[in-house]
Design a protein around this ligand. Structure first.
Ligand code: UD1
Length: 369
């Protein structure tokens, strides 16, 4: 069976890695990796391939950074001839980015069986990612759901039961596969970069709806300046650009308790996460990873795809509001997290289930003669 994976952004590489790993257990699976080039900095791409033992991409579409229309359009245009030439048995797309939508749409239009890993996530608000997820889901024959609530989301949109597979979250597979390596690696370099090794808060922020607006960014930076605890902040390229443009970068650098560092690799990130006392983030992926690492999470976001984590008290929504951020940090600093809901994101075997399902369902199916 030939599986063609369309990836292109940092979170995809984290999701692709365990699926490739699971496919290695079966003889006869050929993996073809197409990298759209949405993320191209070595910190945002190459380091993940190296860290997570992913083979180099077979194709790189080199689309780079553009407006949504140009970026997605170029992906579609460049994907089509590759799909026609490779004739895969199935195309897999991951997550919710422009790469995800383009991959699913290109595959659907050529009538190739398509699978969406991390299907059914909904926030029901306007967001580029919201439509990307919906396009991927509605183009897919295999909807691999990470968490129970996502199944209901798909049924509500009239996606039929036989296309829906609740397998668990592949990022949990990745976390379990790499946790020991991350601990052992004891990424001294990033700790040195970060200054100290005592208790600290880990911060990430990259969402366009957040970082592209001065008032929102200023509010968050003011909160970080006011929290007098040690903070480590690996900065996404989009965020870096905006911080500089808004004149906030120097303010951050001049704060003694905040250590600003470049984007880091997956193992470095998990290492920093495991050593932290809590996490402040606008990322849904990092909110989940904080849960896997048993760390409380202060979300900068307005809503979440993982309401379960908020309802159970593992995470608090702050809508990027300065006082709410400071208050949430205070709540988590005073109260230890005790309860842990097991199996919320599966058992760490989501990728194996995905490969099994594809083998069972596609056996004998020929899309291209
Ligand atoms: C994208 C995804 C988002 C995902 C995130 C993970 C979409 C619409 N958004 O957002 O869902 O959570 O990736 O990081 O697909 N840049 C660089 N170097 C890079 C990549 C980006 O400098 O390697 C800069 C460019 O200036 C670019 C900006 O970051 O304009 C944004 O990159 P882009 O991939 O468009 O969106 P993200 O904000 O990363």
């Amino acid at each position: 069976m030939k599986i063609l994976h369309v990836v292109g952004a940092r979170p995809h590489f984290v999701k692709l890695s365990p699926v490739i790993e699971a496919s290695r257990d079966y003889g006869g699976i050929i993996n073809v990796i197409v990298h759209t080039g949405q993320h191209y900095d070595s910190d945002m791409s190459d380091s993940f391939f190296l860290n997570l033992n992913i083979p180099s991409p077979d194709y790189n579409l080199d689309v780079g950074s553009h407006t949504h229309g140009i970026q997605t359009g170029r992906m579609l245009e460049r994907l089509e001839p590759i799909l026609l030439n490779e004739k895969p048995d199935v195309v897999l797309v991951y997550g919710d980015t422009n790469t995800t939508a383009a991959g699913a749409l290109a595959s659907y239009k050529l009538h190739i069986p398509t699978g969406h890993v991390e299907a059914g996530m909904r926030e029901n608000i306007w967001r580029p990612e919201e439509i990307n997820k919906k396009i991927a889901d509605h183009c897919s024959d295999f909807l691999f759901c990470p968490i129970k609530s996502t199944v209901g989301n798909l049924l509500k949109e009239n996606i039929t039961n036989e296309r829906i597979f609740l397998v668990g979250d592949v990022t949990y597979d990745t976390f379990l596969l790499n946790k020991q390596k991350a601990i052992k690696k004891n990424i001294e370099e990033s700790m040195i970069k970060a200054g100290k090794t005592e208790d600290y808060i880990l911060v990430t922020m990259h969402r366009a709806e957040m970082v592209d607006y001065y008032d929102k960014v200023k509010n968050i930076i003011d909160a970080l300046l006011e929290i007098k605890e040690k903070i480590i902040f690996p900065v996404h390229p989009r965020t870096m650009k905006k911080l500089v443009e808004f004149g906030l970068y120097d303010k951050l650098l001049s704060a003694n308790h905040i250590k600003v560092i470049d984007p880091i690799s997956y193992l470095e990130f998990i290492n920093l996460l495991l050593g932290s006392k809590l996490v402040i983030t606008d990322s849904g992926g990092v909110t989940k990873e904080a849960f896997y690492a048993l760390k409380p999470c202060v979300s900068l976001d307005y809503s979440s795809e993982y309401n379960e984590l908020f309802e159970m008290g593992y995470a608090i929504l702050t809508c990027g509001d300065k006082d709410r951020i400071i208050n949430a940090v205070d709540i988590f600093s005073k109260n230890e997290l005790k309860y842990r809901a097991d199996d919320l994101f599966g058992k760490g075997d989501a990728s194996k289930k995905i490969i099994n399902i594809l083998i069972n369902q596609l056996d004998g199916h020929k899309c291209f003669q």
